[in-house]
Ligand binder design. Structure first.
Ligand code: 13P
Ligand code: SF4
Length: 319
């Protein structure tokens, strides 16, 4: 604990010294979320993370999350230095959508509007007409469907399937998935509901259809936190990364939050629903990059203006 307190004090000092601000995703550790809050940074979902960087005057943004979040920050703020605790932190959705294959797929369907999730590389964003995050995925698809547009949706098939069901949009889905959310099992959630009949079920739309089908609320991380505050249930079964519990417990200390099972037998798995890449963000590597300036995010300069178009479209739409 002493070492931890020292590290936290060091990071706070370095943030000031280096004119840096810390932006953390809800799936990072409690320590990182607390640090971002205490130092005037922000803790949020992917959309708010993108927005936040835009509004900062600090010369350096430190993005605690995964690679696509750092790249998005760079594309939106090319004049700033973007650091991450580690550039190794990626995402199964990004990995599952290589730009060459994806471009070929888009080329084969030229009449489709290309919508990609924020969880993609800068190169994939540069090939897209729209970028979305989970908090506005339904709204964007509705908007496009209302104009009679057909949609290529990549990379998350579960999010795509959910959006297609809600909006009725004509969509071609890429076959990608989040390795964390894909593991949630409806059977296990229903078993838990037997034990806690008054529990509400909160589900991120990267989860399989059968889990989404039994949700009381479906949405992005920030939307699920809001639902945990506004729904009247005294407890919730939560199907998303367990990092989110920090904020949920803080917002509603009198409520109980239970991890949705990733096994079908109702047994909760204490550590399964945690993204291995988000977990790579630590106090140690954060202090190190602030000190040394290593792990800086660079995006191929020719991609920046191309990827900015669909990203800016998303931000303008969300406003
Ligand atoms: P949101 O925070 O936008 O809901 O995204 C979840 C996610 O998977 C980030 O990795
Ligand atoms: Fe990607 Fe899933 Fe990890 Fe989010 S939780 S970064 S979608 S692998």
């Amino acid at each position: 604990p002493e070492r931890k307190a020292e590290l936290i004090a060091k990071i706070k000092r370095l943030l000031i010294e280096k004119d840096a601000v810390l932006v953390a995703h809800y799936y990072t550790s409690d320590d990182l979320q607390a640090l971002a809050e205490e130092t005037g940074g922000c803790v949020s979902d992917s959309l708010e993370m993108a927005r936040f960087g835009n509004k900062q005057t600090a010369k350096t943004l430190v993005v605690a999350g995964v690679k696509f979040m750092g790249e998005t920050a760079k594309i939106l703020n090319p004049e700033k230095r973007i650091l991450m605790p580690t550039l190794e932190a990626t995402c199964s959705l990004d990995l599952g959508c290589p730009v060459d294959e994806f471009s070929a797929f888009c080329d084969a369907h030229p009449e489709y509007t290309v919508v990609v999730y924020a969880n993609t590389s800068a190169a994939v964003k540069a090939r897209a007409d729209w970028v979305v995050t989970s908090s506005i995925a339904v709204d964007v698809a509705e908007h496009l469907a209302a104009q009679g547009k057909k949609i290529i949706w990549a990379p998350d098939k579960h999010l795509g399937n959910y959006v297609q069901k809600v909006t009725g949009a004509d969509m071609l889905l890429w076959d990608g998935a989040c390795i964390v959310h894909e593991e949630f099992k409806a059977r296990g959630v229903l078993d838990l509901k037997q034990v806690y009949p008054d529990a509400g079920v909160l589900v991120h739309p990267e989860s399989p259809e059968s889990v989404v089908a039994i949700a009381d609320a479906v949405g992005s991380t920030s939307q699920l936190i809001k639902a945990s505050q506004t729904l009247p249930n005294p407890r919730f079964i939560v199907a998303t990364d367990r990092g989110i519990f920090y904020k949920m417990k803080h917002a509603s200390p009198h409520k109980e939050f239970i991890e949705a099972p990733t096994a079908g037998n109702g047994a909760t798995c204490r550590s399964c629903a945690h993204c291995p890449w988000m977990a790579m963000n630590e106090l140690e590597n954060l202090a190190h990059v602030l000190e040394t300036g290593s792990q800086e995010v660079f995006v191929e300069p020719s991609l920046i203006p191309k990827a900015l178009i669909p990203l800016q479209r998303m931000l303008d739409f969300a406003n």
